[in-house]
Ligand binder design. Structure first.
Ligand code: PLP
Length: 388
């Protein structure tokens, strides 16, 4: 199979697997235990935090700013609920701002908070799926307690002006959460340069293991824990820390950052080549997302009159693994909320496909994709003669 679905997940890097190995059987202790076996695990945990803090440019010691979670979904839930409840308890207000193109982990949590009485604004986006700092500024109120904007969109690859939005919010002292799940290895993660207060990451999106993520939380940000039942992570996320997974996350993040510049340099021209070839070969195809402000390696299209899901099923049959929108919504017969928010034409709404390159992708993979896509689009076109 040719794997072109790196926004859905990535294979775990063998160097990451190797870094995890001692922590299953040798350094297996519970970091909360007082004995030497526990202490060895606690030391590993601290080492992992220090390595992560170097990439994020945050405070390393103890669980002060890095909360380990089960992945991006939990980090997003914790960021929104944790801050919203803490701010409400302090009487700071109930107004939350987010965007209409967030991943469902943010979107559904924001909707649930709205049902609980929070006042949530879902900002519209432009034709590329981007929000601007000016839009955020215009939406701010005296009682705004949290803003959440994704770094890069998983469906269309568009990058938002996070540092600019962050600078605005910093001047107003409003906590700023960024879902950066799609960013590692492709975009800078320095939380100070980005002016972010909270940031969600998920290891399986950057060649780390599944089931582990983190939420960066700047020390001054009020946060109410959402997982109760233990004193781990300074009471902010109960549960025994999964040391092997945490070691894997730390190693994967170090590698992602160390290899980022080279990855971007290699993937950007390959991405642009893929885009050109698709647009040249398939007349129904239109690029979705921003033409330049997009993740290196991320391509996405809306096929006029064609059904994206059936195209993808046929691509799967010839050995190409790709998806439409987010992996979690594939197979649904409804247009993506991202496409709807971007105002994609009605006759393209069901034609969503996404080809996302990763570190093992080659121009040979692109050639094979184009070869099959051209043939399949022709076959599908013949099945809907009214559009040709
Ligand atoms: N946020 C974004 C932007 C994502 O792309 C994803 C995964 O698709 C998530 C959050 C959820 O992450 P996880 O699968 O680790 O729960």
């Amino acid at each position: 199979m040719i794997y072109l679905d790196h926004s859905a997940t990535t294979p775990t890097d063998p160097r990451v697997v190797e870094a995890m190995l001692p922590y299953w059987t040798e350094v297996f202790g519970n970091p909360s235990s007082a004995h030497k076996i526990g202490k060895a695990a606690e030391k590993a945990l601290e080492d992992a935090r220090a390595a992560i803090a170097r990439v994020l440019n945050c405070y390393p010691a103890g669980p002060a700013e890095i909360i380990f979670t089960s992945g991006g979904t939990e980090s997003d839930n914790l960021a929104l609920r944790g801050v919203a409840y803490a701010q409400r308890a302090r009487g700071r207000g109930q107004h939350i701002i987010t965007t209409s193109v967030e991943h469902h982990a943010v979107l559904d949590t924001a909707k649930a908070l709205a049902e609980e009485g929070f006042d949530v604004a879902f900002l519209p986006v432009d034709q590329y799926g981007q929000v601007s700092a000016a839009q955020v500024q215009a939406a701010l109120r005296q009682d705004t307690i949290l803003v959440s904007v994704m770094y890069a969109n998983n469906e269309v690859g568009t990058i938002n002006p996070i540092a600019e939005i962050g600078a605005l919010l910093k001047s107003k002292r409003i906590p700023f959460h960024v879902d950066a799940v799609q960013a590692p290895g492709l975009l800078p993660l320095d939380v100070k340069a980005l002016n972010v207060d909270l940031m969600s990451l998920s290891a399986h999106k950057f060649y780390g293991p599944k089931g582990i993520g983190l939420l960066y939380v700047r020390r001054a940000v009020p946060m109410k824990p959402q997982m109760l039942g233990g004193q781990q992570q300074a009471h902010r996320r109960a549960g025994t820390e999964p040391i092997p997974l945490i070691m894997g996350l730390a190693k994967a993040l170090e590698l992602a950052e160390a290899e980022r510049a080279a990855a971007v340099e290699r993937l950007t021209p390959l991405r642009d080549h893929l885009i050109r070839r698709v647009l040249d070969t398939v007349p129904e195809a239109a690029l979705t997302g921003h033409p330049t402000e997009r993740l290196a390696g991320h391509t996405s299209f809306a096929m006029r009159g064609l059904n994206g899901d059936s195209l993808l099923l046929d691509l799967n049959e010839v050995g190409i693994a790709a998806s439409g929108g987010s992996a979690c919504t594939t197979g649904q017969q409804e247009p993506s909320h991202v496409f709807l928010a971007m105002g994609i034409d009605q006759d393209r709404l069901m034609g969503q496909v996404r080809f996302v390159l990763g570190k093992h992708s080659t121009s040979d993979d692109v050639d094979k994709l184009i070869y099959h896509l051209a043939a399949l689009a022709e076959r599908h076109r013949a099945m809907v003669p009214e559009i040709s």
